[in-house]
Design a binder for this molecule. Sequence first.
Ligand code: NOJ
Length: 763
Amino acid sequence: MKRLLPFVLLASAMGSFACVAQPALPLDDRQALIETLLERMTLAEKIGQLRLISIGGDMPRERIVEEIAAGRIGATFNSVTRADNRPMQDAALRSRLGIPIFFAYDVVHGHRTIFPISLALASSWDLEAIALSGRVSASEASADGLDLTFAPMVDITRDPRWGRTSEGFGEDPYLVSQIAGTLVRAYQGERLSAADSVMASVKHFAVYGAVEGGRDYNVVDMSPQRMYQDYLPPYRAAVDAGAGGVMVALNTVNGVPASANRWLLRDLLRDDWGFRGLTISDHGAIDELLRHGVARDGREAARLAIEAGIDLSMHDSLYLQELPGLVERGEVSIELIDQAVARVLGAKYDLGLFHDPYRRIGRAADDPAEVNAESRLHREAARQVARESLVLLENRERTLPLRKDARIALIGPLADSHVDMLGSWSAAGVAAQTVTLRQGLEAAIGESGRVIHARGSNVTDDAGMIEYLNFLNWDRPEVVQDSRSPQAMIDEALGAARDADVIVAALGEARGMSHESSSRTSLTLPASQQALLEALVATGKPLVVVLMNGRPLQLGWVREHADALLETWFAGTEGGNAIADVLFGAHNPSGKLPISFPRSVGQIPTYYNHPRLGRPYVEGRPGNYTSQYFEEPNGALYPFGYGLSYTDFEVSKPQLSQRKLKRGQRLEVSVTVKNRGARAGATVVQLYLQDLVGSAVRPVKELKRFEKLSLEAGETRVVRFSLGEEDLRFHDARLDFVAEPGEFEVQLGLDSRAVQSARFELL
Ligand code: NOJ
């Protein structure tokens, strides 16, 4: 028997809002509930459900509450406490039909506890650690009354000039897809309706990471083959993992803005991929259809968006203003509106909000006294995940790990910066709760050694850049200049270095430099930091450079002159402790780059899995009339998958279970990995495939499997991978997904460049 629960009962049970008697809803039958509501709703109420309103935007909170009570808002974002969300849910339940609203937010790499930025999470190549970050994020966000996160962001990034590189998981379709599925499952938990689950809304659909020149919001134009092969798989993986939402990208996709792209949102997403969830436009994107020049006016923009398949309109008034007239004039069918509304209601149902609108808001009596209380943080998890995400790029003469009785000159504008540790998209994170590198080193070194700190330089002295960065964070300027002259700061740093055994220089970017809209034309360290670095190098002291940045930087000079180089990205709340763990050797670094580091901006793109060429560059034998730049070698400075350890690993040649593979059979690839060094450590065994001859040009290699494993000193382990026909497929010239017969090369190694290979044939 279906359970019928009158809202009035629910209302009195919660006891916090005026009761409006409504006939019972079939609460145990999703479809019946949606249909019942659709029958009862007026057109205005339906359109109200399609509006996602930003709290703190143009509309004052009191107005928002009134609008919600009038049934004119379906969901909000940017309101992040139970106490703030409760009156809005009360208002929703006071509305004529008492339909609950949901609360969304950008929980991208943590909520109150900030984990390393997404690019750093990807550097861990550790799906368990990434899942942990997702579970903690979901539990903290839901404990603040949030129902949905605008994450994961799975845009493939091959151009580090793009500021949003920091938000994604790098350049590889397979690695990013694995992470996409992992995070969707982590956010949504075993049951999406559980009080500690939040709905994942994967973004930005689609191909946003390929904006021309890495300039944000720019055009995307690419072949369908490349799109299917390289850029779409991560979104697909998120959808297949059950993501409840999809956020639509701001860019055009082959001439049509994603927000008006029927092919993308209907043919591909819904018809081919079978996505049944909610689509959400990005901020103001429907309005932007006018500026894209595909809509004459707001009316046309609203029509294009709803026809294309945008259900929920984020921070945009065109649905409200235009949809009523469009429906009345018969230009948009009511069925189209109903389908979009049904998906919004379906999402609320799946989130458990019809059964309990306060599922995540809870009772006022249980509200945390202090939302930023220390007790609400998950520091241990943050430290553990951050340690996994650090990538050791150089370590000459075993400069690292540092001795705890050392005198360390800690220098650099990022050495004691709290706010930068947070990285971008960490709005609920509190800078003061982060551990800076200085704090981390001081805590670890205790009484045995000494940390002598000097700032050394500003992040940048470029007035235009400072103005930009502080404009970005308009509520609170966060790039604060030291008023001393550059030389005075360098002199202080040299003074600190004079008394030290080793210099640790914390250099890189302010977090705002790797952010939405923060595209760069140069990837070098800002001049102020380069000058500092040159002065430090001139001391001749052992020099460890700790990089903090949100994208690959141009590191040629740094590599040449530093003794050790540790990429730490923006490492989150526990960043300083995690970095100290690695610098002193309490944790052996095992991160691997999820994106290649170019030698120069002119060389971009340097992604490892590029298609084969008729005139390829041959390493060590560059020549005229090969595909090259004549001023510098081809290939990344640091390739995809690269990262060192304090120990040495040896990998055997791959062994194959057979040389011929029949369709339907499996091929086993095994390698023996040995830890040859004197300390325990972890590494990532990476398996790449190359299709030697195809009907269309195939990449030089593609990642197909990886495994992170920890080995004690001297330990040996056999790692086995199982491959099947599905791993050999690609989208051919007709876009058919095929595995063609012929020879394949398996390449195995600890990065994408240094591999050993073996061949087999698909019959
Ligand atoms: C715009 C960004 O493109 C998107 O990633 C984000 O989720 C929304 N703003 C909401 O903050």
